[in-house]
Design a protein around this ligand. Structure first.
Ligand code: FAD
Length: 308
């Protein structure tokens, strides 16, 4: 007999919603995450587009979601999942810590995404020491500093607005044009301490021990510019965190988990949800929707297989 009816890998909005729906469908649920529950939401300054919440701090929303899973007695454990083995009706989840394994009849893959790197010179050198991917974590150290934000999508613009609230200046660098929601772009460009370099590539992060600035190149004129700054935040997109599922045969050529509308993968009993699956809109609300559907599908699978 398997240890659990359902194991959920990743406790971001997708995983936590799957846990709520799984527990309410009377499944025994184990939620695993290598970090604190909440996923990317924990490190998001404000969420302004989750229905009914108005403006809410990311960390607050994450805590409320986790409390909801705990009210329903979903188990949580800190584990880094290394792989999932398909043994037919039982799936084995192999974790890094002491090679711990858990078995379940159904598994939902909700590992989300991790930031894409720019690949510019000295990026690795200043990683975590001048270059950050989290304004909430590292923004507090930027009070009265000149800051550069790289990227022009919703994440970049929202976080640049947040940083502009206390940094001395925020320079936004984007390869082409801002592509975030027009309302957010207007808010950003309305700030007095914000300037935009559109149509610029980042060539190099400059400095020796300490980051001193970034060297940019105009795509139109080829002119090179040095922008002095003490901290850079990169928001140039995400890549799926799905390496641990490579052997399962559920990934597409870009590493996303291939699912149908029921969030079923090609492996019976294995489902996917949230940012790590093939989809068009990667947001908190769509991750939650996927998680709900995936858990319902897992319960349906259990009933069909006579396991419930
Ligand atoms: C800067 C930024 C701002 C954003 N702002 C907004 C916003 O305002 N509104 C909005 O709707 N969306 C926003 N988003 C998008 C939103 O955060 C995501 O769509 C949402 O978090 C996806 O949820 P998820 O559960 O699929 O994945 P994630 O939130 O990525 O969670 C995945 C979880 O899986 C865990 N995990 C990964 N690999 C493993 C492993 N091998 N073993 C165990 N655990 C693992 C991770 O630790 C993580 O906790 C923003 C994103 C970013 C980056």
């Amino acid at each position: 007999m398997a240890d659990y009816d359902l194991i959920i890998i990743g406790s971001g909005p997708a995983g936590m919603t799957a846990a709520i729906y799984g527990a309410r469908a009377n499944l025994s649920v184990l939620l695993l995450d290598r970090l604190a529950p909440g996923g990317k939401v924990i490190n998001t300054s404000e969420i302004q587009n989750y229905t009914g919440m108005g403006t809410v701090e990311g960390a607050d929303l994450a805590i409320r979601m986790f409390q909801h899973t705990q009210e329903l007695n979903a188990e949580f454990d800190y584990r880094t999942v290394l792989k999932v083995l398909d043994d037919g009706t039982e799936k084995t989840v192999v974790c890094e810590e002491e090679n711990r394994t858990y078995t379940a009849n159904t598994v939902i893959l909700c590992t989300g995404t991790v930031p894409r790197l720019l690949g510019a010179a000295k990026e690795e050198h200043f990683s975590g020491n001048g270059i950050s991917w989290c304004a909430v974590c590292d923004g507090a150290g930027c009070r009265d500093k000149d800051v550069v934000v790289i990227g022009g999508g919703n994440s970049a613009v929202e976080e640049a607005i947040y940083l502009a609230g206390f940094a001395k200046s925020v320079t936004v660098v984007v390869r082409s044009e801002l592509s975030a929601d027009p309302m957010a772009c207007d808010k950003l460009l309305g700030r007095k301490n914000v300037r935009l370099f559109a149509g610029h590539d980042v060539l190099e992060f400059c400095g020796e021990e300490r980051l001193e600035g970034v060297r940019l190149k105009s795509k139109d004129t080829g002119e090179e510019i040095f922008v002095s700054c003490g901290q850079v935040f990169e928001y140039i997109g995400q890549i799926p965190a799905t390496g641990c599922f490579a052997e399962l045969g559920v990934l597409n050529e870009r590493g996303y988990v291939k699912v149908n509308e029921q969030m079923e993968t090609a492996v019976p009993g294995v489902f996917g949800a949230g940012d790590c699956v093939t989809k068009n809109l990667r947001q908190v609300i769509t991750a939650c929707s996927d998680g709900a559907i995936a858990a319902q599908s897992a319960a349906k699978y259990m009933r069909k297989m006579g396991l419930l």
